[in-house]
Each structure stands twice: as structure tokens, then as C-alpha cells.
Design a protein around this ligand. Sequence first.
Ligand code: HEM
Length: 495
Amino acid sequence: MTESSKRKPSETAEAAKTAEATPDTDATATAEPAGTTSDATSAEAAASATTSDATATAGGVTAPAAAGKAATGKAEATPGAAPRPAPSRRALLGWGGAGLALGAAAAGGTAAALRVGDDASPSASTGDAVPFHGAHQAGISTPVQDRLHFASFDVTTTDRAALIKLLQEWTAAAAAMTAGHEVGAGAISANEELPPDDTGEALGLKPSRLTLTFGVGPGLFEKDGKDRFGLKARRPQALIDLPVFPKDNLDPARSGGDLCVQACADDPQVAVHAIRNLARIGMGRVAIRWSQLGFGKTSSTTPDAQTPRNMMGFKDGTRNIAGDDTARLDKHVWVGEKDGPDWMVGGSYLVARRIRMHIETWDRTSLAEQEDVFGRDKSEGAPVGKQREHDEPLLKAMKPDAHVRLAHPDSNNGVTILRRGYSFTDGTDGLGRLDAGLFFIAYQRDVRDGFVPLQTNLARNDALNEYIQHVGSAVFAVPPGVRDKGDWWGKTLFA
Ligand code: HEM
């Protein structure tokens, strides 16, 4: 054990006291379904078994195809959104309108991308498209992709109509990009005197399961005492300003924001392209406040898949909410009709925390100490005293300040969140230390019953605190899904 890894007696005593006070039970009494089987694997298998690699063209336009499309026979076309010329597998039923639509968009201006076709088939294969339209936004309970580009924006316009127009343009572009299409008239537009509508770096790339998840921050409702957009009265009570937690060391330049877009994809270039193009469309109306790239998902919503490992080398996401567990999603993630406000029903609340890891200290810590910190073994991911990763944890067998013991619902009056974080490494900090850690993302039905009590407990007592520091923080209300082509991000809020 290194000097820095030793826990101070006072902290240990405090942790033990807290642990005693919490209703720790043998986890066999917990009604948590372990390892429910997801449809993802079978969907993936089905998709790869039934699709071909043919590239098809119509009206002089090369249409990228999502795996699984050919199998379903569904097709999608996005008027005004040029398809990316990828050597992929989209069926072309209904595509005939795209050429016309392209012409219309070129004549009518930028980003007039509206989909007329069906959404892509649900899938888990890395090249596929994930449906954009639905009751909930994609990117929450849908299978977690490998890469992240998260952007937080300040709204710079004070014109409500301009903001609404932006959200409509963003939605159209998001629908196009998630389906594997280019934005607007595309990267190679007819008028070479103008900058193209699409920046072009995703040309030839597959949809890569890109999801774009949109949220609104507290600053949209009120900023510096001003109700800029007439929305103050519509601020959800659950969208609180997060309290300051013990040991927080937050950088304002990496915190907050009026709007956010979480871009997740299996190809980093597809995620970066999406954020870049949304920022480009938003120029003059919004400005990126901060952004975060992430790799190596640190959670899973598909428990049958291999659990990913975080930068500390431990499996992370073992006991997350499964994407097909509708009962737990309804209970812990989606805003219900009785929760209010109406415009948030079907939405969720997102907490993002940039958590830096003291990697060098961790790397000098013994394996035994590392395993004590989490309460799980490093190899299998099994809880203390158990054999397999998905065995029910016996909390009392863990040290009182073990992360898993403290984060478990039984130690927090049942508090349960959906985690969807990513690892990050942003170079070094000038002292030769890696600027690396976990970009923690959690979704919940109410922040006050989710992240806040959980983090209050962890910030006070968690053995992991020796090795981490929270350096960025933001909270957003994530509205329900975009229902159809007439709907747009935030429509229910501005209605
Ligand atoms: C760098 C910071 C963190 C690391 C490295 C980390 C790592 C882990 C690991 C390895 C597990 C065990 C596997 C699993 O069930 O997923 C776990 C579980 C968990 N963590 Fe974290 N975590 C971090 C921060 C947080 C934060 C900030 C929260 C919430 C405020 C949190 C909430 C949870 C929850 C709810 C569980 C599942 C507990 C259970 O039901 O057994 N973690 N974490």
C-alpha cells in the first residue's frame, strides 16, 4: 500500500458509522434482476446474416445502407440530406424521392433535411443506423457505442424565434446524420461558390450507430437573473443546480451549459463530425462552452455483452440498468406523467461529471488494495466472496468504504441510476501526469432522487476518493424523443 493510498482512521471510522447506519442486507434479498438477456445479440446476428454489402445508387446518388435494412425491406430517404457515398447496404425502396429532395434543398437553402422514410431498424451491429424517432431519445437506453463526443453549448442569441429555428435545423441535421446521410445539400454541393452544408469528414463512413441526444440546462430558463426566452416558469423542479459536493474541484470552463448534445457512435469520426456540423449550423446562435471526447465505454446497457473496463482496469457497468428492462427504466429513468412538467414526460435528466483519476497513484497501488476499493475482484469482476461477475453482491463482506457497497441501492434507500460514461485521456497536465479519467454520465427520472443522494454518500465515504477528483459538472433536462418528421428537439418545451 502506498502512503497516499492509506485511508485516514477518521475517514474509515466515519465510513464504518455510515455503513452501520445503512440498511445493508445480504444482496440475495435485493430484487434486482441480474443479467437479463437483451435482444441485442440476436438482432445483431440476424442483421449480419441477412444483409449484403451491395452499394446501390438511384438518381445519381449513392445511397449508404444500414445493415438490417435489406432484411426488413424498409428504406429511408431524407430530402435535403445527401446520403454519404459509403460502400454499404441500404435498401432503396422510397429512395427515388431523394434526388428531387436534394434539388429542393439546394434551391431552398441549408439544412432542410427532413426524413420521409421509416426509421432504421433497431440494431446492435456497429455499422448500423439507430432509429432517431421514438417516444424516448436514442442514446440513453439504447446499446452503448464505443465512442463519445459530448458538447455543451451557451446560447448566444436572445431571440426566441432564432433559437427555435436553430433547434428545428439541428433536429433535421441530426435525423440525417444518424441515418448516415450528409447534412443539407451535402459536402459536395452544386454551388461551389458557397461553403458546403456538410463538412465532409464522414463521407464514406457508415452510420456507426450514431445517436444524438439533446438536453437543456438551467441557463436556458434563467441566466444572470434574466428570463431570456420566456421559459422561466417552465423549468422543471427536478432540474436543480447541483449542490457542491465534498472534494469537488470544479473548473467553470468545463462545467454547465444552456444546451447539450451527446454524440455516441462506434466510429469516433462519425461522432466528431456530428458535433462539428451542429456547432457549424449553430454559429451566431450558440457557441460551444466545453466539449469532451470519450473512448472505451465504461458502462453497458446490454448485460449479455462483455462488460467493458474503465481506466482503472476494472469491469464497469456490471450492475447497470439493462436497455430492455422497461420496468426499471420506467421506475428510475423516464419522467412519468405524474412527475411533471408535461413537456418532460418520456424524457430524463442527465448528469455529466468529468472525473479525473490520479492514474499514477493508482498504478502504484497493490492489487489487493485496488480490489478493496471497489469491493470486486479485478479479473472476473466478482463481488467479494463470490465467484462470478453477475453473482449478487454480499455488501457486508466488503469494506465499509468500498465503492460498490456505498453505491449499491441497498445503501441508498433504493436509489438507482443508469450509467453511460466513457473513459477519456486528454494528454498530460504539464507535470507529466496523464489527464485521464472517467467522463461520468448518468440518466435518472429525478436528479434529487438519483445522482444527488448517491454522490453525497460517495463524496463523503468512498475509498475511491483517494484516487479521483471531480473537475467538471453539468446537469440537463433531456426532453422526450422526436416523434416524427414534424417534431423537433424541444418542441414540447416551446409549445
Ligand atoms: C472515476 C469514478 C468511478 C469509477 C472508476 C467507478 C467504477 C465503478 C465500478 C468498477 C463499479 C462496479 C461494477 C458495476 O456494477 O458497474 C461501479 C459500480 C457503481 N458505481 Fe461507480 N465508479 C465511479 C464513479 C461513480 C459515481 C460518481 C457514481 C454515482 C454518483 C457511481 C455509481 C455507481 C453505481 C450505482 C454502481 C453500481 C453499484 C451496484 O449496484 O452494485 N460511480 N463503479
